[in-house]
Design a protein around this ligand. Sequence first.
Ligand code: NI
Length: 169
Amino acid sequence: MDKIALKIRIFGDPVLRKKAKPVKQVTPEHRIILSEMARMMYAEQGVGLAALQVGICESMIVVDIGKGLYKLINPVITKKEGFQYIEEGCLSVPGICIEVKRAAKVTVKAQDDDSKPLIIEAEGLLACVFQHEIDHLNGKLIIDRASIVDKLKIKKRLEQLKKRSEHEK
Ligand code: NI
């Protein structure tokens, strides 16, 4: 694969509700996709992006909260501790920012893009972003974790996004 043209998928696109498949073997193609995902994340000033958000149904994420880039394959949370509330946005749900309850500390098990196993301990914002991106790999979005009040507040905006997404098909 020499050329790659990925697009960030917006709420209403059914791919966002799929479950990512584990990557059995890391190939040069996976490395190209991860690099392109990182480029797109920086271009959109995001702090994380999951492969499903660019239409690829495989278990891969990129994360950078300004302290270094993580390119993770098959990430899973193996330990959670405490809780925190952080306002979150999502490149697939533009214009929406909601407070989400997350674990305060997490341990993430994954592989890097050379298949090397990794164990990452994270807290605060980094822990939050890992949980957000791993949610994406399970077809879950921040809007699913919104309070009832927030769900009502964002209802109209979601309808707009859904229409836009249908229009783009
Ligand atoms: Ni997101």
